[in-house]
Design a protein around this ligand. Structure first.
Ligand code: NDP
Length: 298
């Protein structure tokens, strides 16, 4: 293996440390950032995410407000809760955990969040602000990837980047962020022809596909920096066991060719919650007319 391993777990701990320092400084001014997380239903993966978000929020010194609603909550009740949180001065960030149960309109709910408190960066206003290069709340996972890349390269200017995947939560905002940092960006997706050749042009490859180990070493340019967003659980080897977690990149073959690569687990995953905390801090600073924390925003 020749590639440098990009340690997202360690970097995320650094980000949380910086957030905690800023939060302590805000406390001297009598300000305590608050993050409200809304969970509708009992999706087991969502419950795990919400628990660890709450725990890490408290660890950095912020206030955590958890709202757990039953799966059959009506859209009107959910919108009423969001409205209440929008108006609550103790709440600086609001996150509605996705996916929502099928009877709820996700776009409607997300777009009912005050854009200034939209720490997931999914509100249509924030999408537009990001796309036009203005001050936005930036989706957490792409922000985490950007931080890792900036830390690795210093400047991303002039690099060629291929983002594999065009979802609204990862692929598209990732491409916007790379463009904003003056990369030459290509977005590949399920209809891209000769995708291996497209990926092979890139200095930076971000894989956000949801297909286990799809990107292999022979797709990569020698020395490329590979950010693997994918989280896929393989079928267990034996009954009752837990399947192995893998990314969208075949780590074994890719790490022979790449210059640097994020592992799964321990790469992008831990950065997502760290960036949620960073976004909550940013939202708090903006709400109070204070300077934004350096190095924690896009
Ligand atoms: P989506 O399913 O929303 O999007 C997947 C994208 O991959 C689509 O644009 C799709 O293209 C594209 N795609 C699918 N198959 C292929 C293929 N064979 N070749 C090329 N492109 C393909 O997924 P998400 O963006 O939400 O998530 C992607 C991965 O990232 C998942 O593994 C998810 O678990 C993980 N994830 C990890 C996070 C973290 O914190 N680390 C956070 C969020 C997601 P098309 O549009 O043409 O269908």
């Amino acid at each position: 293996m020749s590639a440098e391993i990009i340690d997202g777990k360690a970097f995320a701990a650094e980000v949380r440390g910086k957030v905690a320092e800023h939060v302590a400084k805000l406390a001297e001014k009598g300000i305590k950032p608050g993050l409200a997380v809304v969970l509708v239903g009992e999706d087991p993966a969502s419950q795990v995410y919400v628990r660890s978000k709450g725990k890490q929020t408290v660890e950095v010194g912020m206030e955590s407000f958890e709202h757990k609603l039953p799966a059959d909550t009506s859209e009107a009740d959910l919108l009423a809760l969001v409205d209440k949180l929008n108006k609550d001065p103790a709440v600086n960030g609001i996150l509605v955990q996705l996916p929502l149960p099928g009877h709820l309109n996700e776009d409607l709910v997300i777009n009912s969040i005050d854009p200034a408190k939209d720490v997931d960066g999914f509100h249509i206003s924030n999408v537009g602000l990001l796309a036009t290069g203005q001050k936005a709340m930036v989706p957490c996972t792409p922000l985490g990837c950007l931080m890792l890349l900036r830390d690795h390269f210093g400047s991303l200017s002039g690099k060629s980047a291929v983002v594999v995947g065009r979802s609204n939560i990862v692929g598209k905002p990732m491409a916007q962020l790379l463009l904003r940092d003056s990369c030459t960006v290509t977005i590949a997706h399920s209809r891209t022809k000769d995708i291996e050749d497209v990926v092979k042009q890139a200095d930076i490859v971000v894989a956000a596909v949801g297909r286990p180990e799809m990107v292999t070493g022979d797709w990569l340019k020698k020395g490329a920096v590979v950010i693997d967003v994918g989280i896929n659980r393989l079928p267990p080897a034996e009954e009752g066991a837990k399947g192995k977690l893998v990314g969208d990149v075949d780590f074994a073959s890719a790490s022979e060719v790449a210059g640097a690569i994020t592992p799964v687990p321990g790469g992008v995953g831990p950065m997502t919650i760290a960036c949620l905390l960073a976004n909550t801090l940013t939202a708090t600073c903006r709400a109070n007319g204070l300077d934004e924390p350096e190095g924690l925003t896009a």
